[in-house]
Design a protein around this ligand. Structure first.
Ligand SMILES: C[S@@+](CC[C@H](N)C(=O)[O-])C[C@H]1O[C@@H](n2cnc3c(N)ncnc32)[C@H](O)[C@@H]1O
Length: 479
């Protein structure tokens, strides 16, 4: 066992730990976060008074202890407050003199009045609990009281809380957080509010599960009341993209205001719901006829592997699954009818965008495949090919990473959803040759021609193609 992890044992019994998100931070990560925010300038600016510091989910107080050492090393003094919902966890820090503890649900009201310094805390620091809203054991069961959507992880609520606690004029906030915080749609409002009031002064991301939390983490630090350059508008995916070699394609992003509009101007995008998944189950089988069921795993860039690669659906294995339309109930029959039209199907968790064109409307999308249906029925086939070509390009994949880097289950994938895809800027240039290339199976040529249609400069084309090709090769080798 990693020696850093050995002392997580004190975090309590496992079921209870899960519910409180009680996974303690390894010492080396605590040190890097503390050194990033407690620097000479920070201490010097507060030379004549104790520096107020709070960890609103402090566990055994390891962040506070490290902060005090860093402040004292620089000749300053500290006033430390540790909050935790779990009394027995707080007991473990009683022996560490000098930390005032509060046993409370930090997200509730009432506990703060007795400890909040005038003007706010100089430093808010810690590793708040990550409580997935997708899991029954940890969901709060609805929207957060601090803005953001119903699926916003509890960590984002602690981020919003940090903003309420910190001194808005020069205070600092530093947290270890799940990487999904960087791009998850439901945390977008919290990110925008932070960006309005502060500057991200430091970040780290390794792409690894840094400790025994079940997710990939990042660490971020902000200084409030200070703004360098342009507002980030709540897009923090750069924390991942800058470290994972995703090219920065300024000229593509500038096109968000282009007259060519966006993907959503051409197609309606959606993904099936859970009900539709359950509705499909009785109809799916290796039948002799019926529309093929296309799952995410069958979608490669420009190529559908139905019939070539086996599929797992509803815990069963199929070689060439089709839907028996006669076995669908009325609601699902209407669902199928509306989907058997020209369209593009797009995989959901991928290292690069993976899209296939269904010009004859033969296929049915599985869950959680994203489907793009042309708005204009008269030109549906042509539009479907255009959309499939545009998505099969280094430029589009790069753009997607800059929107959603950090949303994947692992470090090398992103979650591709309808809302994000609808905003993909559309290229100004011609697409006919790219479509021809895609139809003939030449995915690389399609990508190069779409990049040219986006107007990428030669160096941009080269770096984007080099990056895209790595994933393309890996996908090719898999088959
Ligand atoms: C991820 S652990 C981190 C602990 C410590 N900050 C560290 O980095 O090692 C999260 C801590 O938050 C506490 N916690 C969970 N929900 C809380 C809440 N609503 N208010 C305050 N503390 C909470 C848990 O008991 C646990 O000790």
């Amino acid at each position: 066992m990693d020696p850093d992890l050995a002392d997580t044992v004190g975090a309590g019994a496992s079921a209870d730990r899960k519910q409180r998100g009680a996974w303690f931070t390894p010492r080396h990560l605590v040190s890097s976060v503390v050194e990033a925010v407690v620097d000479d300038d920070f201490v010097e600016a507060r030379r004549n008074r104790p520096i107020s510091v709070i960890d609103p989910a402090c566990g055994d107080g390891r962040f506070l202890v490290a902060v005090r050492a860093a402040i004292e090393r620089r000749g300053g003094s500290a006033r430390l407050i540790g909050v935790d919902i779990d009394a027995s966890t707080l007991d473990s820090i009683e022996s560490t003199a000098g930390i005032d503890t509060v046993c409370a649900d930090a997200l509730s009201t009432g506990w703060l009045d007795s400890v909040q310094p005038e003007g706010g805390f100089d430093l808010v620091i810690g590793n708040p609990p990550y409580l997935s809203q997708m899991a029954a054991a940890t969901t709060r069961g609805g929207s957060s009281g601090r803005g953001g959507g119903p699926y916003m992880d509890a960590a984002a609520e602690f981020l919003a809380l940090g903003m309420e606690l910190v001194d808005p004029e020069g205070g600092r906030l530093a947290y270890v957080l799940p990487q999904s915080i960087l791009s998850a749609q439901d945390a977008g409002e919290v990110r925008r509010r932070i960006d309005e009031r502060s500057t991200m002064i430091w970040s780290t991301w390794t792409g690894e599960r840094d400790f025994d939390a079940q997710v990939v983490t990042c660490a971020l630090a902000f200084e409030f009341g200070r703004r360098f350059g342009d507002a980030n508008d709540g897009n923090w995916s750069h924390v991942v993209t800058e470290r994972s070699g995703v090219p920065a394609l300024a000229s593509v992003f500038e096109r968000t205001t282009s007259e060519a509009g966006s993907l959503g101007d051409r197609v309606r995008l959606n993904a099936n719901f859970r009900d539709e998944y359950y509705g499909m189950i009785p109809a799916v089988g290796d039948h002799a006829s019926g529309p093929p069921l296309i799952t995410s795993g069958l979608i490669d860039p420009g190529r559908c592997l139905w019939g070539e690669r086996p599929v797992r659906f509803a815990k069963q294995r199929f070689t060439a699954p089709r839907l028996d339309l006669a076995a669908l109930d009325d609601k699902m029959s209407r669902w199928a009818e509306q989907r058997l039209v020209p369209k593009v199907l797009i995989a959901n968790q991928t290292p690069i965008l993976e899209a296939v064109c269904d010009p004859n409307g033969d296929w049915l999308p599985g869950v959680p495949v994203v489907a793009a249906y042309p708005h204009d029925a008269n030109s549906a086939v042509a539009t479907a090919w255009e959309v499939a070509a545009v998505l099969t390009s280094p430029a589009a994949s790069t753009w997607a990473w800059h929107q959603r880097g950090g949303t994947g289950l692992g470090p090398t994938a992103i979650r591709v959803g309808p809302t994000m895809l609808a905003e993909l800027p559309w290229p100004d240039g011609p697409l006919d040759a790219a479509i021809d290339a895609l139809r003939s199976g030449d995915v690389e040529r399609c990508g190069a021609l779409v990049d040219a249609a986006y107007g990428l400069s030669a160096p941009e084309q080269e770096s984007a193609m080099g990056w895209w090709q790595v994933s393309l090769d890996r996908i090719g080798r898999r088959n």
